[in-house]
Every structure is written in structure tokens, then in C-alpha cells.
Design a protein around this ligand. Sequence first.
Ligand SMILES: [Mg+2]
Ligand SMILES: [Zn+2]
Length: 179
Amino acid sequence: MSAESKGRALFLDRDGTIIVDVGYPRDPAQVALLPGAAEALAALAPHAALVIVSNQSGLARGLITPAEAAAVHARVALLLADAGVAVAGAFYCPHGPDDGCRCRKPAAGLLLDAAAAHDLDLAASIVVGDKPSDVAAGAAAGCRAGLLFAAADAPPEARAAADVVGWPAAAARLLALLA
Ligand SMILES: [Mg+2]
Ligand SMILES: [Zn+2]
């Protein structure tokens, strides 16, 4: 990372953005990177710290145990590492939508916690995710930009609403923003 880009983050939603969204993933065997994600993140990593920010309400709902969540996270990190992608950090909200927490996106808490832990410049940072709540969390945290992502095989309505469809396109857009 160059001195110029130090402190800048690319905040990444996880499920439906980095990995295939299976809904409340609890088994590492369910983890699959989306096509092109690893290559894109490898290209982006020199330009910004890669930070995962993910709602995991399956914990609050009793659908996922903390150990299962940790194992799924470890699998994501391993698959990325195998592709040469180092993630600077991962911040998860374990709460449910009715818990009134400060961290469940669209709230800004995960991004604020990441900024404090990693000395990040939020105003220079960008968020990418497959839900409007991801982009809203970035706005709430004062990020410079947010991209609504859709996987190439997402439903037509999701692709129509997205800023970018598929990782090759997302990487090109993000590289232009971060260059
Ligand atoms: Mg998602
Ligand atoms: Zn929370």
C-alpha cells in the first residue's frame, strides 16, 4: 500500500458481494467466492484496505452459532488468502433487526469500529454491497462513495437496480474511483 492510499478503505459486504449468498451461512462448505471476486479484490488491494462489514442476524435468530460464524469467516479469509488477497479486517453485526444496535447496517457502527481499529479515513473510503442498506451504511459513516453491486446471476430486478453487475465491472468502477 502506498503512503498516499494509507488509511483508505474499501468496505465490502460479504454475503452476495464477496461470496454467493446462501442465506444464513453456517457451514464452511457453503462458502463459494463469487466469480471474479478474488481477482478483483487482488487488483483493488494495493489501493485501499479491504474490510469486510457484514450483518449476521442469523446469530441473533439462533440459526448460526458463534463457532459456526467463526468457521465461515475463516473459510472466506482462507479462500481469499489462497487467491493472494489479504483482508485488513472483518467486522460483523451479530444482532437482529429489532435489537436497536448501533452496528447493523444501514447503521454506521461496523464502519466506525473499523475506522477506529485500523485508523481509516472514512471520507476517503468507499463501500460496496448488494443491498441498499450497505450503501446507506457508507453514507451514514461519511464515506466518499457507495456502489450497489449485483452478482451476474442475481435476479433481474436486482441487476436493474444495481450500479454495477458482476465483479469485472465492479472492479473497473472501483479502480477508477481509487486510482
Ligand atoms: Mg449482502
Ligand atoms: Zn449490531
